[in-house]
Design a protein around this ligand. Structure first.
Ligand SMILES: Cc1ncc(C[n+]2csc(CCOP(=O)(O)OP(=O)(O)O)c2C)c(N)n1
Length: 598
């Protein structure tokens, strides 16, 4: 019995294909771009999706996954498309990153046709030669092992029975959106053009959550906060990274801060969400590792903290590496609003009430920025003065920089950067907790594409994507450079060359040697039609950075970094000292005690 005989001719003629429904659903969730690599099992998906959406080819599947993660960070959702197994399995690291950093990424993989399954072993499956049977589900199991929701879409089992694949696709994508978690979906290639039951999308993404906030008692929580605020002299809003996908909550918090003049700071992981040049913003706080002027207020004045959307379980790097110097962690006069409801609707309720509550004005006196410690113009530029130098440049420049620090020394040095507000909502973007090297260029590609599109539509002044990266990290992923040339996008890369994998180096083994003295990075950049320069002093660096601001395409500044203690960023000097003190080195113990007593 066909659909026509079951539900009638009219219904049958209205049926969309699964591919059409996928397009519709992806667009409903704001998706316009898919990052991916093709293959035979993905060919039908590509044919179905390529017209309505832009499919951006990546250099490999892991990069496609990382770019989809970056898209989830700045667009709200990310989409990745690969072929079966050989294509999807390299995305497992990106998927693990997405689980960890709380990113709604939809990993879509082609799969064998339903009619192909159980007939014979299919290429790309994992198949030892002594196998008596074939296994089709390894990728589903691998992604499932990461704690993700996974599913292979299915077609109708009997002719005329309902085909619910389109609806399942919607439900899976909605799940990713609601929970800020990735999902993995395999699509059998014969199902892409099969008819599926039509779906009626909700009016907007706002209305996809049935039940909304089921946590009760918001008024009582608000009363308690208002009482504590009445008793406080110097309150602080301390904000975590769960906020990064919630613009509404972000705006409510800033509105509250402004209405009652309450200063706010973020955790390290939430760095880049706010304009650190706004007087009320005290930057990213992390105990002894904090260099911002706001640290004094937090540690010496603040007498009541509202802790919002920070992680439930303590994470070492976010609590000053358990050095015991994180004052907010220890403070007792604190209200913890971690947020447990879908889309943080519980917190939205609370902040909406707080905004109209009777709260006094705190007349917070903006902290005077200590006279900017300029890096000495003639000094060698290195990790010890990189952030200062960039802060000085950013301070004088009306163009906001969107920083993309790569894991390595660059990541640690980047916590001393003072960031302006970017039109993308993020001016510092990395994977701060998962800490995967190899992400900065796939991330920068997405940032550069969005900045390019915005400038083309003359929506905002052009902003600047700035990658800070070690040579080891750069060589992990430089095949991604081709896409900046193809996409005609602009990026500035600060290449911190020390010829070793320095961060975490413990010994002199060959494994730490990631580069060769003879490597000519300028020849490489020329191949990509970019411009580059080697800079030795702070003043050379500043001149090159300013000049490259007028460049289009790839610009690279090579910094000859020395892998020695005096050239480390403040953050790493402190961390190394702490580790030495922990290991019982007497002079380090004395110095550490002095530092934490300051
Ligand atoms: C995918 C991945 N592999 C390995 C590591 C461990 N790791 C962290 S930093 C680092 C070395 C970074 O070296 P480089 O990029 O040259 O920067 P540097 O620290 O020398 O400035 C390594 C190997 C990681 N974080 N991620």
């Amino acid at each position: 019995m066909s659909y026509e005989m079951n539900f009638g001719k009219d219904y049958n003629e209205k049926l969309p294909t699964l591919g059409e429904t996928m397009n519709q659903v992806i667009r409903f969730f704001g998706g316009q771009h898919i990052y991916g690599v093709g293959g035979d099992f993905a060919a039908n998906l590509i044919a179905a999706l390529d017209n309505e959406l832009t499919i951006n080819p990546s250099s490999n599947e892991m990069h496609a996954g990382f770019s989809a993660c970056a898209a989830a960070e700045i667009d709200g959702m990310g989409f990745c498309l690969t072929t079966y197994m050989v294509g999807s399995l390299p995305c497992t690291s990106a998927a693990a990153l997405a689980v960890t950093e709380g990113l709604p990424v939809v990993f879509i993989s082609g799969a064998p046709a339903e009619s192909e399954v159980n007939q014979l072993a299919i290429h790309h499956t994992i198949h030892p030669n002594a196998s008596w049977k074939t296994d089709y589900d390894n990728a589903l199991e691998a992604f499932s092992a990461l704690g993700m929701r996974v599913e292979r879409l299915q077609g109708q089992r009997v002719v005329g029975h309902p085909n619910i694949a389109g609806q399942r696709f919607y439900q899976l994508v909605a799940e990713a959106y609601k929970n800020k978690q990735p999902v993995f979906i395999e699509v059998p290639r014969d199902q892409v053009f099969a008819k599926t039951q039509p779906i009626k999308l909700p009016s907007s993404v706002e209305s996809i959550c049935c039940g909304s906030n089921v946590l009760a008692g918001a008024e009582l929580i608000v009363d308690n906060i208002v009482t504590k605020l009445q008793q406080a002299k110097a309150p602080l809003l301390y904000i975590g990274d769960r906020l990064k996908h919630n613009d509404k909550l972000k705006q409510l918090i800033v509105a509250l801060a402004q209405k009652f003049t309450i200063p706010y700071a973020t955790t390290w992981f939430a760095k880049g969400l706010f304009d650190e040049y706004t007087p009320l913003c005290l930057g990213a706080y992390n105990g002894v590792f904090t260099q911002t002027a706001g640290r004094d207020y937090i540690e010496k004045k603040a007498d009541y903290v509202i802790d919002i959307a920070t992680s439930i379980f303590p994470q070492d790097s976010n609590i000053a590496f358990a050095t015991g110097t994180h004052k907010i962690e220890k403070m007792t006069n604190k209200t913890l609003l971690k947020g447990g409801a879908l889309l943080e609707k519980d917190l939205i309720d609370i902040f909406q009430c707080l905004l109209v509550s009777d709260i006094k004005n705190f007349n917070f006196e903006p902290v005077k920025e200590k006279a900017l410690a300029f890096a000495n113009a003639e000094d060698d530029i290195d990790f010890n003065n990189l952030a200062q130098t960039l802060n000085d440049l950013q301070n004088q420049d009306t163009t906001p920089y969107v920083y993309l620090p790569e894991v390595g020394n660059s990541y640690f040095a980047s916590y001393s950067l003072k960031v302006k507000q970017s039109s993308l909502g993020r001016s510092w973007l990395t994977n701060p907790w998962y800490g995967a090297m190899g992400t900065a260029l796939p991330y920068a590609r997405v940032v550069a594409q969005r900045l390019h599109a915005q400038a083309e539509q003359a929506l905002v002044e052009k902003e600047r994507a700035v990658v800070i990266i070690g040579d080891g990290g750069f060589h992990f992923q430089l095949n991604e450079l081709i896409h900046f040339l193809k996409d005609q996008t602009d990026v500035t890369i600060i290449y911190m060359r020390n010829n070793v994998f320095h961060l975490g180096k413990s010994g002199d083994g060959a494994i730490y040697h990631c580069n060769d003295q003879q490597f000519d990075v300028h020849a490489l950049i020329t191949a990509y039609q970019g411009k580059s320069e080697t800079c030795r002093s702070v003043s050379d660096f500043k001149a090159a950075f300013k000049a490259f601001g007028h460049n289009s395409g790839i610009s690279l500044i090579e910094v000859l970094a020395k892998p020695i203690e005096t050239r480390q960023s403040n953050e790493l000097k402190l961390l190394n000292l702490y580790i030495k003190a922990k290991n019982g080195q007497a002079d380090a113990m004395v110095r550490w005690m002095e530092i934490i007593a300051e």
